[in-house]
Design a protein around this ligand. Structure first.
Ligand SMILES: [Zn+2]
Length: 285
């Protein structure tokens, strides 16, 4: 993968994702920040975006100069995946180098529940470049749509190369209403360990998360959509490689809700693709 001019921004973005300690602003926080923006001071703290109201996705690009890509970007994510907007591949264009298990942390960031990976513990290789898993988190409902249909939830596995390029693997989860106990072991641990309390200080250790099984599962969920887009949260940095599995993992509706009940609605609306599907396909393959 070629390097992008966004490396520094990508590093910042991942730091930002990891660094949020109290992601749901109180109404007073939000009101203060809007007032500051109107007065031109633009004094925004990291957590001053949300999924609703005046700090919701439609306004992210106006919340600060560092978020401008959310408004001005031409390759924003998520998107409606179709033959016009992305390429469909029979296998994922990556090689997994994940261990069988690793010791992680599970943190409730307020806007999502995140598994923070130990440094350089789980890698993928794409086009000869290694990317290290930084964290994985959940959106509910799904952010990407497939031919205009949303799924119940979407897992994002965020990887970063040594030069700061970002690759995200996305996996859909669908509610299984008939099987009250069905869930992969990695999902079950994630859910069981998820702290109710928001903040990195309240992160829970996950001493043996079975990420090897997660990688094996992902590889079976083809075909895979690929395109080049952005982070789906502020600062919406572009130059992100996306690999989205088309086949979903079934999880008991009850177990899925136990995890999603810890987070708000947290899906950004699908972004216009400006008819760039063909160009995007050339970039990613
Ligand atoms: Zn995400």
């Amino acid at each position: 993968m070629r390097t992008t001019p966004h490396s520094a921004a990508s590093i910042f973005a991942i730091f930002l994702i990891l660094g949020i300690s109290s992601a749901i602003p109180t109404p007073r926080d939000s009101a203060d920040c809007v007032a500051e923006a109107i007065s031109g001071r633009r004094v925004f703290r990291r957590q001053d975006w949300s999924y609703e109201g005046a700090t919701g996705p439609r306004f992210w690009g106006t919340l600060g100069e560092e978020f401008e890509a959310c408004r001005k970007g031409r390759r924003q994510s998520p998107i409606n995946l179709s033959s016009e907007s992305a390429r469909l591949n029979s296998s994922a264009p990556i090689v997994f180098k994940y261990p069988r298990k690793f010791g992680a942390k599970v943190a409730n960031l307020g806007h999502t529940v995140e598994v923070i990976a130990p440094e350089d513990s789980a890698l993928i290789v794409r086009d000869g470049v290694e990317y290290s898993l930084v964290q994985m988190h959940l959106h509910s409902p799904s952010e990407h749509h497939v031919t205009s249909h949303a799924r119940s939830a979407e897992v994002h596995l965020v990887h970063r190369s040594a030069s700061g390029d970002v690759q995200v693997l996305a996996m859909f989860l669908d509610e299984d209403l008939d099987s009250p106990h069905v869930a992969p072991a990695w999902f079950r641990q994630w859910k069981d360990l998820a702290p109710v309390k928001v903040g990195l200080d309240n992160a829970a250790p996950a001493p043996a998360l079975p990420v090897g099984a997660l990688a094996k599962t992902f590889a079976t969920l083809g075909p895979f959509w690929t395109y080049e887009g952005s982070l789906t949260t502020p600062p919406c940095t572009e130059g992100v490689g996306w690999i989205v599995a088309n086949t979903s993992v079934r999880v008991s509706a009850r177990l899925l809700r136990e995890l999603t009940s810890l987070m708000p609605f947290n899906a950004r609306y699908t972004q216009p693709t400006h008819g760039e599907g063909e160009e995007a396909s050339l970039v990613v393959q």
